[in-house]
Design a protein. Structure first.
Length: 457
């Protein structure tokens, strides 16, 4: 088998890229080349140095280097991984504030509602520019996206270059599936190493997915999980004081998840922080979010976390910090290995809808369990959903589609309609109009640039 080349767009990533590096150190296969490109070239060169030191401490056949231009990374690539921060934390802060000004509190703000759709606007502009680069320099490569909002990022690639091979990867389903496997172990069952070996059906839109069936050796894992949740008894609301005590804005009490399972018979396979951004009734009250154990993640915390991550990398390079080469549990490298014919894989993946979710429009980017091999990716078909969930997912899919229409047409009315369609935001036309204008202003540099991929703000 020929040596693989992997282009990494967003090669200065402080999280996803370094998780991949850890997995590369543990890979004893044929290996290959990873070319890192980032608008922040210093960050990608730091990561190349970090990865190089990690790999020298292993027996891996992978090598990692940084490049100055995206074309250098893309030429000859069989795979492209995209994990970028669209814009900067300044834009994220501005769109969260715009949402708050209209009474909407987003714990994350990267996937739905005014904050998520605003991020989606500039992401779509950036991704459409990258689609042209992919078509020119690696038209046969698999494009593996990790950036949110997932459906809009992949949708922009598909809209600009329909022939590209696209797949999205997210770890939310794997985290919930791990909790199911923990419930199985607690019940005395021998749990598999990977959730793909469970009899499990998960489907929906990224960050709004649902497990309708999960079993192991004939035991219902959804029932076991719910039994364990109820047995925990006490619950700590996520107040400012409790968050400060734990120094963790990402904790989840799973109360929203449990409520949906008890009432609709499906287990949401995304964390509650993401889930409440899709469901009506949670975002208008900080007390309501606290009651369900969901914390707002301030942008200041994200900035501090990014700085700490850079310090950790430099400490490792100076020899004052040990190597981080434990398995990440992420599916990026296993996906590449499976598509290269080195193994087979079953995992939750985001793909264009070709009938796997028959109740949603074709070409909507949907997430289902999928089987992967050297022959490609075969998504598994979802069962008929609860009518409420079908309507919920259809509304969000329509909102995403209208957001893409706005980026391509420039007509503000498309964006207003996208905001009105979002069922969790519950906006009236006046508020949607004001938010559309603010979103347009936040994203003006990307909307007006002929090459949005090159903007470093």
């Amino acid at each position: 088998m020929s040596t693989l080349k992997l282009a990494y767009i967003g090669g200065g990533s402080r999280e996803w890229a370094r998780k991949l590096f850890s997995d590369l150190t543990l890979d004893t296969g044929p290996g290959g080349e990873v070319a890192l490109y980032d608008l922040d070239e210093a960050a990608s060169r730091l990561n190349a140095e970090y990865a190089g030191r990690l790999l020298r401490l292993s027996s891996s056949n992978w090598r990692v280097h940084a490049v100055s231009h995206p074309e250098q990374a893309l030429r000859g690539a069989s795979f492209v991984v995209m994990s970028i921060l669209p814009g900067s934390y300044d834009q994220m802060e501005a769109e969260l504030k715009a949402s708050v000004d209209h009474g909407l509190l987003y714990p994350v703000g990267d996937s739905a509602g005014p904050a998520g759709l605003s991020r989606g606007v500039r992401s779509a502009a950036i991704y459409s520019a990258y689609a042209r680069l992919f078509s020119a320099h690696c038209p046969d490569a698999w494009i593996i996206n990790l950036t949110n909002p997932m459906a809009i990022c992949l949708g922009a690639l598909k809209k600009e270059a329909p022939s590209l091979k696209l797949v999205g990867v997210c770890h939310e389903v794997s985290h919930v599936a791990s909790a199911l496997m923990d419930a199985a172990k607690a019940a005395g069952l021998e749990s598999p190493e990977h959730y793909g070996r469970l009899s499990l059906s998960s489907w929906g839109l990224n960050h709004c997915t649902f497990i309708d069936r999960a079993s192991l050796d004939g035991r219902d894992l959804l029932a076991l999980w719910l039994e364990g949740f109820r047995a925990k008894g006490g619950f700590e609301p996520h107040t400012g004081a409790s968050i400060a005590a734990h120094n963790d804005y990402f904790r989840s009490e799973d109360r929203v998840k449990a409520f949906v399972l008890e009432n609709l018979g499906v287990l949401p396979s995304a964390g509650d922080r993401h889930l409440v951004e899709f469901l009506p009734g949670y975002l208008r009250s900080g007390m309501e979010l606290e009651r369900f154990g969901v914390a707002l993640t301030p942008v200041k915390f994200r900035r501090e976390r990014a700085k700490a991550s850079e310090r950790n990398a430099r400490d490792f390079l100076s020899g004052t910090k040990p190597p981080q080469n434990e398995p990440s549990g992420e599916v990026v490298l296993p996906l590449i290995q499976a598509l290269s014919g080195q193994k087979e894989l079953r995992a939750s993946l985001v793909l264009p809808n070709e009938g796997q979710l028959p109740f949603l429009p074709r070409a909507t980017m949907v997430e289902t369990m999928s089987q992967v091999s050297g022959r490609g990716i075969l998504p598994e078909r979802a069962p008929p959903p609860h009518p409420y969930l079908a309507r919920l997912l259809d509304a969000h899919a329509a909102s995403y589609a209208k957001t893409l229409d706005f980026v391509w047409s420039g007509r503000e009315g498309e964006l207003i309609e996208a905001l009105l369609l979002d069922p969790a935001a519950g906006l009236n036309p006046e508020r949607a109009g004001d938010l559309a204008r603010r979103i347009g202003e936040i994203n003006r540099p990307w909307l007006e640039s002929p090459d949005a991929a090159s903007l470093a703000l």
